[in-house]
Design a protein around this ligand. Structure first.
Ligand SMILES: [Mg+2]
Length: 457
């Protein structure tokens, strides 16, 4: 359909069948202009879009302090947020990505992307995504390879895929292969919290099957004896037909993890997540070989090189790369393929951010060895519910639809971005970040071993 760009109007925008932008009567001039540019680009498919070039990069940090902080076995989360990477182009399209770098790292992501990667991005064509990825990876080798530099690469790579999808008017999962259009979700909750007892935990988890979820995950990893009780109470609360996952957040040693797994095996556990340290590959392999519950790990691992060792040593049953951490959609797709070649499942980690959920959903929807997605159901985060103009929903069967709009298929709510934006300079943020994100391992450290189950670090 030919569009008359000289006379933009709400009705004109609505008539464009090539993209899923829904116009809004309160659009400001700049946003309206941007959307018209997007339509212009869609109308040019087959001509100039292939030569589209990146003109600018921008990292926006959003943060908030939850009223009732939640804790896993290692950290009490006093602050949370989203680190949004945006790539602007000469065609008027903007690609959105996210780099997950908890605690003080959003500041570092901003510095790496805006100060270091910028020179490798501006002037590049998004369709040369492998070349761009390699330039970012090679340029950051001496301070990267794992951790925040790879998170920064992840944010850029996701934004590039969003651009490619928008330029071709295709959702990312269909560009990658399109294995499924909806994904089963599990409710990720059951954290430790001040004055929250086992009965409170059981009541919390019992609500999720009523909302349609067919699987739930709870935290363990503090006191093994108490955690056995947590698992028992939750299994009783959710019934036998709902899958139960436990997550120790990598704090136990192999012997503790094995003894604990033996104690809870009768409760029919779907998988045991991060039983031991991410730096104890041999220990993880030992746990995996000695228990009858499938193991999983990967939210603290990076790139195909890190996952190669996990996979080829058969250290784990399920790999969990997070697209916003492990190297982006390009890298996570390779990790999933490597896992597939070894007949392992790939169930990406994702938490809190709806941008992360969208990116990980597109990956899971495109691979045959992914079967379920993590869905944050904690009460703490406003960004999960307000950052997108159309938030993700679970249907009555516990499934979530994969967005079928171009690219990631999401649209940010600018009001929410403005509300939670940290508009500080990098220098100022350094100080603010220090007080906002405090790792509090000591506060939540497990009590001394009880003699029978020993060994919490
Ligand atoms: Mg986890």
């Amino acid at each position: 359909m030919a569009l008359d760009y000289s006379r933009p109007s709400r009705s004109l925008l609505r008539r464009c069948a090539k993209c899923h932008v829904i116009t809004h009567s309160r659009l400001g001039t700049a946003r309206l202009k941007n959307r018209i540019s997007n339509h212009r680009a869609h109308d040019r498919i087959g001509s100039t879009w292939l030569e589209m070039k990146i003109t600018d990069v921008e990292v926006t940090i959003l943060s908030f302090a939850p009223e009732k902080p939640i804790a896993d076995a290692l950290n009490l989360n006093l602050a949370w947020g989203d680190t949004i990477v945006q790539l602007h182009t000469d065609e008027g399209l903007t690609g959105i990505g996210e780099a997950c770098a908890p605690f003080a790292s959003p500041l570092l992501v901003k510095a790496i992307v805006e100060k270091s990667f910028r020179q490798y991005l501006v002037g590049e064509e998004p369709f040369h995504r492998e070349r761009i990825w390699e330039k970012m990876y090679l340029s950051s080798l001496r301070y990267g390879r794992k951790g925040v530099a790879i998170s920064a690469i992840s944010g850029v790579d996701i934004a590039i895929w969003d651009l490619i999808g928008k330029a071709t008017n295709m959702p990312i999962y269909k560009l990658l292969g399109g294995y499924r259009d909806e994904v089963r979700a599990y409710a990720s909750a059951g954290f430790y919290q001040e004055s929250k007892g086992i009965q409170d935990l059981a009541e919390e988890m019992a609500q999720f099957p009523k909302r349609g979820f067919t699987a739930v995950k709870i935290k363990i990893g503090r006191d093994p004896a108490e955690d056995v009780e947590r698992v028992r109470a939750v299994r009783e609360a959710i019934g036998d037909k709902v899958d139960l996952i436990v997550d120790a957040n990598a704090v136990w040693n192999p012997r503790t993890a094995i003894k604990f797994a033996n104690r809870i095996e009768k409760h029919n556990i779907l998988w045991f997540e991060e039983p031991v340290s991410a730096d104890d590959l041999e220990g993880l392999a030992t746990v995996t070989s000695k228990i009858d519950i499938p193991t999983s790990t990967g939210e603290q691992e990076y790139t195909r090189y890190g996952f190669r060792d996990l996979i080829t040593k058969r250290a784990v049953d399920i790999v969990q790369p997070d697209v916003v951490t492990a190297g982006g959609i390009s890298e996570a797709y390779k990790i999933a393929a490597l896992a597939s070649a070894h007949h392992l499942l790939c169930v990406p980690h994702t938490f809190t951010s709806p941008i992360s959920l969208a990116a990980n959903l597109h990956l899971i929807a495109s691979i045959p060895n992914g079967f379920i997605v993590e869905f944050d159901t904690t009460e703490m985060t406003p960004l999960r519910d307000k950052l997108l103009r159309v938030p993700f929903q679970i249907d009555h069967r516990g499934f979530v639809k994969v967005p079928d709009g171009p690219g990631l298929g999401i649209e940010l709510d600018e009001k929410t971005v403005a509300t939670y934006r940290e508009d500080l300079s990098i220098e100022q943020w350094k100080e603010a970040g220090r007080s906002l994100r405090i790792p509090t391992r000591a506060m939540w450290q497990a009590p001394p071993a009880d003699g029978e189950i020993a060994g919490i670090p």
